[in-house]
Design a protein around this ligand. Structure first.
Ligand code: FRU
Length: 482
């Protein structure tokens, strides 16, 4: 496979061709990470949704697989999740060959057009060949839309050890609803969350719920992810989260502040892997935004996923998540020490491989003002800065390359209130891949992800700071597509 088209990412997952949006059904099974995704195989804009499929044994190299789920008489196949039914509670398989069960939303397009208020409902399908092919359950829908919610979708299912039940969380308008089940087919409504909490500037989508230990203390909290479109602080779609408790029936939180997993504009609808061994939580998001995702200037395919990221929970005057690419992305690679020059307080280096690499450096704590500028020989450039007085990061892509394909692309400048974990030295990392940048401050206590479309690759890095820069490195990242 060549993957040499303009703007094609080299070490991020993107479909061979055509339209992709949300990651779906992230599940680990028998040594394989499955990545299903919202896919329309007939066009580069959104349309009748299928589940595309890719697999990996390391979260770095991906293999394309045949389409896993296609629309049928009940509707298009919208977003959802997948579990391994180890005890064969569903009866779809055996304990020796436990079924992989996917739960998704059916979206019935005629009902949607007629505004019947009953065109989204939940279905399941099972696979007995390790996620390759699926059989849809004949009793679908398993969660009908009896209340007539206009938006009623994106089921996330997981096994809840304490209550020995399956838990389902889905979204209805701007609320999250919780259900439980003993067999993945019969679901009991439990509770609702969201009335007085969080951002409500749009529809809630793609929920996720999982326990995570606070890195510093080992205390376990529950984290609820909720994507929202529109209504993100930097415009368009974005993913907020809540840190609280889940008792098997209700999610509660005392959080009053709005928290966002990534304040770049291009990380949406992200969810985490089910069935991972150990306690890691690994997240993948769609690296785009509904404001302009269908207009970005790629030709053969549209959009890529974020790098898979490990989530960590912290408490430093309040709980917050950090997220950082999994070690597999760079751990086999050689870190280079770039040759730099310093002129007028600005550190520079040039490198032809800059645009497909991780660049990292550290600054002493407390961090003072700095500005990173990435650019090409045509003067196209993208900047990330930190303003200590405002304690805020900014990412500006207004001069980064092509921007006029959509009015809402160049602006606003993305802003993120800074958060720090404790420590004397603060690490920064930038992952550049042709047409995307993922910026991680302090190990991911702040993340900013943005796509951009330069006419020529970026080859020039500069860092303006009065502070001593340490541990500057460049790690070229090879293409994962051969
Ligand atoms: C989020 C979303 C989901 C829906 C899917 C449809 O991006 O709108 O709520 O299931 O995309 O493709």
């Amino acid at each position: 496979m060549l993957y040499h088209e303009n703007f094609r990412p080299k070490y991020h997952f993107s479909p061979k061709s055509h339209w992709m949006n949300d990651p779906n059904g992230l599940v680990y099974h028998k040594g394989t990470y499955h990545l299903y995704y919202q896919f329309y195989p007939d066009s580069t804009v959104w349309g009748p949704m299928h589940w595309g499929h890719a697999t990996s044994d390391n979260l770095r190299d991906w293999k394309h697989q045949p389409i896993a789920l296609e629309p049928d008489s009940l509707g298009y196949i919208f977003s959802g999740s997948a579990v391994i039914d180890h005890q064969n509670t569903s009866g779809f398989g055996t304990e020796e060959n436990p079924p992989l069960v996917a739960m998704f939303t059916y979206h019935e397009p005629n009902g949607a057009q007629a505004k019947t208020n009953d065109y989204q409902y939940q279905g399941i399908a099972y696979s007995l060949d390790n996620g390759k092919t699926f059989t849809k359950y004949e009793g679908n829908p398993v969660v009908p839309n009896t209340e007539g919610f206009i938006d009623f979708r994106d089921p996330k299912v997981f096994w809840h050890e304490a209550s020995q039940k399956w838990i389902l969380i889905l979204v209805a308008g701007d609320r999250a609803l919780f259900y439980n089940s003993e067999n993945l087919k019969d679901w009991n409504y439990l509770s609702e969350f969201g009335k007085d909490t969080g951002a409500h500037g749009g529809v809630w989508e793609c929920p996720d719920l999982f326990p995570l230990k606070v890195a510093e203390t080992g205390e376990t909290k529950w984290v609820l992810l909720i994507s929202i479109n529109p209504g993100a602080p930097n415009s368009g779609s974005g993913t907020q989260y809540f840190v609280g408790e889940f008792d098997g029936e209700h999610f509660t939180t005392s959080q009053t502040e709005e928290l966002w997993i990534d304040l770049g504009r291009d990380n949406y609808a992200g969810i985490t892997y089910n069935n991972l061994p150990g306690e890691d939580r690994i997240f993948i998001g769609w690296m785009s935004n509904w404001e302009y995702g269908q207009q970005v200037p790629t030709e053969k395919w549209r959009s890529a996923m974020t790098l898979p990221r490990k989530l960590n929970l912290h408490n430093n005057n309040g709980y917050f998540l950090s997220n950082f690419p999994v070690a597999a992305i760079t751990d086999q690679l050689e870190k280079q020490k770039p040759e730099t020059i310093k002129e007028d307080g600005i550190l520079h280096f040039k490198n032809p491989k800059l645009n497909q690499a991780e660049i990292s450096f550290s600054l002493p704590s407390p961090v003072t003002d700095f500005e990173i500028m990435l650019s090409n020989d045509d003067g196209e450039r993208l900047s990330i800065s930190y303003n200590a007085a405002q304690n805020t990061y900014s990412l500006d892509r207004s001069l980064s390359g092509l921007t006029d394909f959509a009015d809402s692309f160049a602006k606003p400048v993305m802003k993120a209130p800074a958060r720090f974990t404790a420590g004397d030295s603060v690490p920064f990392s930038i992952f550049l891949d042709t047409s995307s940048i993922e910026f991680f401050a302090d190990g991911g206590a702040n993340a900013l992800t943005a796509v951009f479309f330069p006419k020529k690759p970026y080859t020039h890095f500069q860092l303006k700071t009065d502070a001593p820069v340490s541990e500057l490195s460049l790690t070229p990242i090879p293409s994962i597509w051969n």
